[in-house]
Design a protein around this ligand. Sequence first.
Ligand SMILES: [Zn+2]
Length: 86
Amino acid sequence: MTCIGGDPLCPCQDGGACHYRDAGSTKGLPIPPRPPNDRGQGRKPLKPEDRATVGSVRLTAAEWAKFRLLGGVAWLRGTIKRARTP
Ligand SMILES: [Zn+2]
């Protein structure tokens, strides 16, 4: 949430002008007070086993190009999911 008014429907969420900022002759809306209890809002943290970590893979330029053509990380995840372990 980037809006200074904490408004998920504010155009600034999509890169537009924020409703809560003065723009030229129009006065910004008053910033609504934050709800006293924030808990339970926003993104829930993932369980440690569901959290993706970053690694690095060495591939040639041609291999990277093919990897992107195949669908990149989404393809890789699907491949891993479908593959049978030896
Ligand atoms: Zn805004």
